[in-house]
Write a protein that binds this ligand. Sequence first.
Ligand code: ATP
Ligand code: MG
Length: 226
Amino acid sequence: MTPTTTAPPAIQLQEVCFGWEADNTVLDSCSLEVPSGEFWMLLGTNGSGKSTLLKLLVGLLSPRSGSIHLLPPVGFVFQNPDHQLVMPTVGADVAFGLVEENLSPIQTRQRVEEALDAVNLLHLQRRPIYALSGGQKQRVAIAGAIARNCRVLLLDEPTALLDPDSQLDLVAQVQQLVKRQGITALWVTHRLDELNYCDGAFLLEQGIVVDRGDPQRLKQRMMATP
Ligand SMILES: Nc1ncnc2c1ncn2[C@@H]1O[C@H](COP(=O)(O)OP(=O)(O)OP(=O)(O)O)[C@@H](O)[C@H]1O
Ligand SMILES: [Mg+2]
């Protein structure tokens, strides 16, 4: 674990309840906090509410009750990068996220190149998106968030489509990026070997955070569960 800081948490969810319909509850009084500058993971079985929680954090859904605070700007990386990359080439896709900021062409080029450099993809700036591997697409999506200077990065199973080698490459790279750029990240995963890279983890069961803290302890707990 990294030393705790006195800064307020960059991601904070307090007593949040949510259901898709009036008579159903997906998240039940859910609370979690990710300290500023730390890399935490969210674990849980299929249907436990992980993606719903991320959608609430990013504002795609509104809670029935409770409160949510995040340090803006917030970047979001989907499980399937094909749902997120919209432009024909790598550089154009990262630049697309900057349109709202009305930057000059030089400023845009600089931000795009810095972000692609941060994920080791600068050499692929002109490459068409269709000619990328799954892991490279995920890194383009992450570069999009970095280019917007996001303070908080939310990632929903970004390694689900990757082979084991690319999976561990991506998690190691995000860990380094988070530490280097002072970003706070919450990463959803099923894969216990990814826990070796984070500062802490939450375990979600049927919409309730049932455990939190040291990733190695949670890993042991999950491995002991039949
Ligand atoms: N758009 C939707 N409309 C209605 N119910 C939904 C919708 N999306 C998810 N649900 C339900 O909400 C519950 C939580 O789903 P969620 O997608 O958050 O789980 P998850 O933990 O992300 O699962 P997985 O590991 O499979 O991605 C499930 O019972 C699911 O069927
Ligand atoms: Mg999910």
